[in-house]
Design a protein around this ligand. Sequence first.
Ligand code: 6IA
Length: 142
Amino acid sequence: MKKIYFAGSIRGGRNDNELYAQIIVELRSFGEVLTEHVGYNSLSPSGEVDMSDQEIYNRDMKWLTSSDIVVAEVSMPSLGVGFEIASAIGLKKDVLCLHRSQSGKKLSAMISGCPDVRVMEYQTLDDAKQILDEFLSNEISG
Ligand code: 6IA
């Protein structure tokens, strides 16, 4: 079973967390999603966690290293997600970035201009699912 690392904003802002949860449901039909907590409603930027930032970093970097595929929802700008994308590129992972055209924010040129990631614009959740299906079916067969 392929391991999928999903990245989405946490301290960058949680406005899209329900969308992340729905993307994660879709990702689960293609493999094991290592980072399901990114979609949890209960995870708020100021919330209680029983891990230190260093422990979170170490655990996430270990998961990122062990993953086969990285999918990032990048509509809500997040330093952590940007860091994960750059790290994934360094680790030679296949990276798909999903950006909601109507988010009101233009994607950072450091992501949209990067030749090592696939960036896809989408509008509805159904569009996102279709993009994921195409990307992941190729990944899994290839
Ligand atoms: O800079 P951000 O916080 O927006 O970065 C979000 C990204 O970093 C996500 O894709 C996660 O993989 C990772 N990340 C950041 N914080 C955490 C976390 N706990 N737990 C797991 N992964 C994280 C923070 C909890 C706290 C804010 C209540």
